[in-house]
Design a protein around this ligand. Sequence first.
Ligand SMILES: *Cc1c(COP(=O)(O)O)cnc(C)c1O
Length: 518
Amino acid sequence: MSMNTQGRPTALVEASDMQEMKPVFESFSGHQGLRLDEPLIFELGSTDTTGVDVAEVDDFEMALGGLERSTEIGCPGLAEPDTVRHFTRLSRRNYGIDMGVFPLGSCTMKHNPRLNEKMARLPGFGDIHPLQPESTVQGALGLIEELSHWIMTITGMPAVAMSPKAGAHGELCGVMAIRAALEARGDAREVILCPESAHGTNPATAAFCGYKVKSIPGRENGRVDLEALRESLDDTVAAVMITNPNTCGLFETEVKEIADAIHAAGAFFYCDGANFNAIMGKARPGDLGVDAMHLNLHKTFSTPHGGGGPGSGPVVFSDALKDFAPLPYVKQTADGKRLHEWPEDGDKSLGRLTAFHGQMGMYVRALSYMMSHGSDGLKQASEDAVLNANYVLASLGDVMSASFEGPCMHEALFDDRFLKDTGVTTLDFAKAMIDEGYHPMTMYFPLVVHGAMLIEPTETESKYNMDQFIRSMRGLAETAKRKETERFEGAPYFAPWKRLDETQAARRPVLRFTEAAE
Ligand SMILES: *Cc1c(COP(=O)(O)O)cnc(C)c1O
């Protein structure tokens, strides 16, 4: 069998310099004990085999009116057990939230409760089709309404748009509503302000909507510089996009003053709510002067990231913006619930944002999470997330360099000052974490600190898990400081593949299988 050499290295991990990893011999199979080598499915199967045996049909007449495929489809055929083994082997090379601590900051890799999965698979939800008649989906529409109610209550906001498919899509929805509101009052503003520490999607959304993006500096303590913000605010500013808690893992303590300054300038306050899981049940954006804010159901409300299709990023709106929210939305009428899909006379809506109303599977999971926790449980989830992050910050503060004075919110931010003069970089450190059996934390974000390492343990990690994680991190930090760099230089030593060229993979992806030349 010829192995494909495009797009990925195909050789098994090379014997490294690390003594433990030197194989005593090469196996005949190419496997290394339970670490099984795995070719591509194209290399395993072939286009002239198939997993099913179907007898030839006599007198077969094609009924496709000439639309039948005339060329080979090119998909490899494989028997069921081989297909199952292929994907199972591949899955064992992956690392997921169900395997171990997943400390990616700003991403909130939450435990996905199994109860959510059970609820989402109930036939009335799982088998639903977006084009079903409204009379047959009254329960589903009712669930969307109920989830909306929970979201509005917990955020203290009077309206919510359920259709956005992700946080970034929610930002688009919010900024489009802001534009619609400004246009409705004949006010053509052209600038959106974002802090230096903003997530990349904030300036990208503003630019996508045709606004000029201006950056506002941060202060020494990792928060927005209120004075600098005031100086930048004038009648050209449409909105200010601020994340709270911010991407440094800190609460913007002057958020009320910030909101007042924004409103005094006639602008809108878009709050990036990606970090809402740190304040849920403790503070309501509606009390903080927010005009629009997205919630990432996959961050705060435990739905899986990339949950089997589009995600979900509902956007809450203040009174000033609620009339401009997008279609469609659920409406109660005399004949039951229906989707309000088309603008009617007098509608100020920004228009239709999505073809279908949303991601039913994510709605069911999020509501299941909310109802199983209750309002007190959601509050406790925030408290535990913040407690766990502070446990990490306090336990590593003496060996790593915390970027800002604590306490932090739900994530602990370190930078690379503790690696100064060691020859070890943030990237090396992250790769060495893979050898320790951990998915690395978020690296090099936020950009406001050098060589950032952003750690978010979330609320579900036990003390045992966190102590193990902290022991590894301390061990690595102390090893680096002793300038014992071998552990870092070739890391990861114990992973099937080493340092892949991620830039090439992103810039020049090879998306089509081609047979390697013999
Ligand atoms: C994750 C995140 C986003 C984008 O959300 P997606 O759901 O990934 O589109 C925006 N801002 C911040 C601060 C985030 O952490």
